[in-house]
Design a protein around this ligand. Structure first.
Ligand code: HEM
Length: 231
């Protein structure tokens, strides 16, 4: 283990989490009205519909996979009846599909941003940084899933990456578990921290603005046009 491992697998994650949490508080207090996805749908909607749907559905599938494979320990998935074989099947087939769908969506979104000059002009330096990080992250994750786990020699990341990741939240990081992981897993696991650090300062804050209140309020309030006219 080197000092570089301590930096990557201990200092970087905690520094990013502090920025992530503090940054959101700062952004909410300073820029409540700028808390949006800054949608460019009004400028172009056909590519957006394809790119955005593919990217978001693929990412949701991948996130579900991360919950099962990284957040939940092996013994718990086995206890609820998901055998090691079933887990590897889920991770290889639906995992690869989710990764490829997410990658296809991201490629369309990036192509759209560069192809339409009006959208290109609205793209900020932070947007570009987010796209670069997402492209690296999704590309490496999909590569690992398809070429290492589905069609390659395989790598048991549940006994290294996953244990290290959960350890961060128990304040018991074990950087030695990451120090020997294959490079593609190391890169895919280090890059998210840069994304989390940028998150509160970018358009990604829209992720926390799902209009969940509508789920518990199954009606829409309309204002009568007549009432407005009379007034
Ligand atoms: C520190 C946080 C993260 C860890 C520890 C992590 C870990 C992993 C691992 C181990 C794999 C490979 C699975 C395999 O080989 O079968 C993977 C795949 C993948 N990751 Fe991550 N990941 C993290 C964050 C992210 C983020 C923020 C994204 C953004 C969308 C992402 C997107 C993906 C995708 C698209 C795949 C391929 C599809 C899949 O297997 O679900 N990951 N990740």
């Amino acid at each position: 283990m080197t000092i570089w491992d301590t930096f990557l697998w201990v200092v970087l994650p905690y520094a990013a989490l502090v920025l992530f949490l503090g940054g959101h508080v700062w952004r909410y207090r300073r820029d409540k009205f700028g808390w949006t996805s800054r949608s460019t749908q009004i400028l172009e909607s056909r590519w957006l519909a394809w790119g955005s749907n593919l990217f978001h559905y693929g990412a949701l599938g991948a996130i579900a996979g991360h919950v099962i494979g990284i957040l939940i320990p092996n013994w718990l998935t086995s206890a609820i009846g998901i055998s090691e074989f079933a887990y590897h099947f889920i991770s290889a087939i639906p995992g690869s599909i989710a990764g490829l769908v997410c990658t296809a969506g991201l490629i369309i979104l990036i192509a759209r941003r560069s192809a339409f000059s009006r959208i290109r002009r609205l793209t900020t330096a932070i947007d570009i940084a987010v796209y670069v990080l997402l492209a690296a992250l999704v590309g490496l994750g999909t590569y690992a899933t398809v070429f290492v786990n589905a069609f390659g020699a395989g790598y048991d990341y549940r006994s290294t990456v996953a244990i290290w990741f959960r350890g961060l939240f128990w304040l018991h990081p074990q950087p030695q578990l990451m120090a020997t992981a294959p490079l593609v897993y190391q890169l895919h696991t280090a890059i998210p921290w840069a994304l989390y650090a940028l998150w509160p300062f970018s358009r990604l804050v829209h992720v926390w603005s799902l209009p969940l209140q509508y789920l518990g309020r199954p009606y829409v309030l309309y204002r009568s046009r007549l009432a407005v006219a009379r007034r």
